[in-house]
Design a protein around this ligand. Structure first.
Ligand code: ZN
Length: 152
């Protein structure tokens, strides 16, 4: 099932764990909004395909991979993405400039991780935070987080 022109439900629910990962109707609705309001605009901005490392996570999947409690992934509001053929640094810089231009009005957070992926989320029920962060985690995820500034 397609959620938007370039993103399928299979991509947004993929998990390396052998654990059920089925969104309920509410999470499915939020996944569609994540695709249409955040991922499709980013695909257009970056001009390259986007690989989804992790989108929706059931509580069991989130626990198994050590995801944050209360993570937006649990609600279908976040995805960890890698733009194919573009560095995460370049992608984050373009994302930050697009946010500054007001082009991603629903963006909750954009976070760049040292291991080379971006976490992006949508804020639906609240005023979108438009928050840009850099994680200096030694591992693949988690903090500490710092306000994002373009690397010079
Ligand atoms: Zn994430």
């Amino acid at each position: 099932m397609q959620l938007s022109p370039h993103f399928s439900l299979a991509e947004l629910t993929r998990t390396s764990r052998d654990i059920p990962n089925e969104p309920d109707d509410a999470a499915l609705t939020r996944l569609r909004l994540l695709c249409s309001e955040v991922l499709e605009p980013l695909r257009l901005l970056w001009g390259v395909p986007i690989r989804i490392n992790s989108g929706f996570r059931s509580a069991a999947v989130n626990a198994a991979i050590g995801g944050a409690k209360g993570s937006q992934h649990l609600r279908g509001e976040a995805a960890d993405v890698v733009p194919v053929g573009m560095s995460a640094e370049k992608a984050m810089e373009m994302l930050a400039k697009a946010v500054a231009r007001g082009e991603l009005p629903k963006l909750g957070q954009g976070i760049i991780y040292a291991s080379g992926f971006l976490h992006v989320s949508i804020d639906i029920a609240t005023k979108p935070r438009q928050q840009l962060l850099r994680s200096s985690a030694a591992g693949g995820s988690g903090g500490p987080y710092h306000a994002y500034r373009v690397a010079s």
